[in-house]
Ligand binder design. Structure first.
Ligand SMILES: NC(=O)c1ccc[n+]([C@@H]2O[C@H](COP(=O)([O-])OP(=O)(O)OC[C@H]3O[C@@H](n4cnc5c(N)ncnc54)[C@H](O)[C@@H]3O)[C@@H](O)[C@H]2O)c1
Length: 359
């Protein structure tokens, strides 16, 4: 495939601030159609990015024979349903996280992909961050060589902050059109009490990034949940103690007002650590900052940076979009496939069941 013919569903904040500009700028792709239920918004976005075809429903994109692959960003529960329809119709899908709001919904999506002979990539931009790629490389090398001894502990911390947009806090266009009603919680886990739905969704949509990053660094799929202690008033602030690849790990979840973005992950070895600190997410062309500590006779702390200027000054979201298009063009595997992501969805059900004492 020389050029991937792309469609996109949803013209909200993430679509306008991240994915539509990024996908439009790729050399081997052509953004040829969009679907958005709000007509004024759809028209404005189509005009700005010179997108020739406009649809009021993603189902028309499903029928469009000239489209190979589709990006999707919409409300959590809705985007999973949209992705399933597209996959069933044979379109490769690049979708925002969370992949699904329950394991049952995620399994339905993978079955749809099988039926349509299409593939799903979930937009976990942290796996495409040039700084995190250095972390992964160092992890692989240290684990193979044993230079720092075994991995002993992993700490993921995310109190976030209000400045994740790095000043880019408005979509380019907004209208007074009402967004549509979604499936209304029908796809949430059937064991989840209604009053805990918000806490569950807030936790899932945020910390799915942190779990997904830890699993990738450790080459691990399944995660054991050992204990969960959240503030019962919000079902969100607190700590989850896990076991990933046989190693104790924690996710510290919370919220605070912060001038930047408070999120970092440290992998501890017996004789050192690797630490990665996320930039405010919409700060373009700044990868995660990486620190490597080696203990031993000569103590050493180094800051690792990508050497290639194109990677040193790069944006994780742009790189994930490029990865999607190149993987579709070449038929190569996605680094963050739907099959892999289902492990994250399963984990979040277990965390919440544990928090609610339902395990
Ligand atoms: N990766 C990240 O860093 C990151 C950051 C923020 C949000 N997100 C994810 O992005 C997704 C979207 O967030 P957003 O802030 O852009 O939301 P948004 O509400 O601004 O936009 C959603 C758009 O989808 C449209 N829409 C809804 N149902 C539709 C349908 N059936 N067909 C077509 N269009 C439909 C709405 O009209 C709206 O324009 C969320 O799932 C969220 O988890 C990811």
């Amino acid at each position: 495939m020389d050029t991937v013919r792309l469609g996109y569903v949803g013209c909200g904040f993430v679509a306008q601030s991240i994915h539509i500009p990024n996908l439009s700028a790729l050399p081997n792709a052509k953004l040829a159609a969009i679907a958005e239920v709000r007509p004024k918004l759809r028209g404005m976005v189509a005009e700005k990015y010179a997108i020739p075809k406009q649809y009021d429903s993603h189902l028309h994109l499903c029928e469009d024979k000239d489209i190979d692959a589709v990006g999707v960003s919409a409300p959590y529960e809705t985007q999973a349903e949209i992705a399933a329809d597209l996959l069933r119709a044979g379109k490769h899908v690049f979708m925002e996280k969370p992949m699904a709001v329950s394991v049952a919904q995620g399994e339905k999506m993978l079955a749809a992909a099988k039926q349509g002979g299409a593939r799903l990539m979930v937009a976990y931009m942290k796996r495409y961050d040039a700084g995190n790629e250095l972390v992964k490389k160092a992890m692989d090398e240290f684990r193979a060589s044993g230079e720092l001894g075994p991995v002993t502990y992993i700490r993921a911390h995310g109190f976030c902050g209000q400045q994740w947009t790095a000043g880019n806090s408005q979509p380019i266009f907004s209208t007074d059109e009402k967004p549509p009603a979604g499936p209304g919680g029908n796809n949430l886990p059937d064991w989840l009490p209604k009053q805990h739905a918000n806490g569950y969704l807030n936790y899932l949509q945020q910390y799915t990034h942190n779990l997904n990053l830890m699993r990738w660094l450790m080459d691990a799929k399944d995660v054991n949940v050992r204990s969960v202690d959240f503030d019962p008033s919000n079902g969100y602030h607190g700590i989850a103690v896990l076991e990933i690849g046989g190693v104790r790990a924690v996710i510290e979840s919370g919220a605070m007002s912060h001038f930047g973005w408070d999120e970092h992950t440290t992998v501890y070895f017996r004789d050192g650590w690797i630490r990665t600190e996320a930039p405010p997410l919409l700060l373009k062309n700044v990868p995660a900052s990486v620190e490597i500590y080696k203990a031993g006779k000569s103590q050493q702390i180094t800051t690792a940076m990508p050497g290639d200027p194109n990677e040193r000054w790069s944006w994780s979201y742009q790189r994930e979009a490029a990865h999607f298009v190149e993987s579709v063009r070449n038929g190569t595997p996605f680094r963050s496939s739907g099959e892999d992501t289902l492990h994250d969805v399963r984990f979040f059900e277990t965390v919440y069941r544990t928090f609610l004492g339902l395990k």
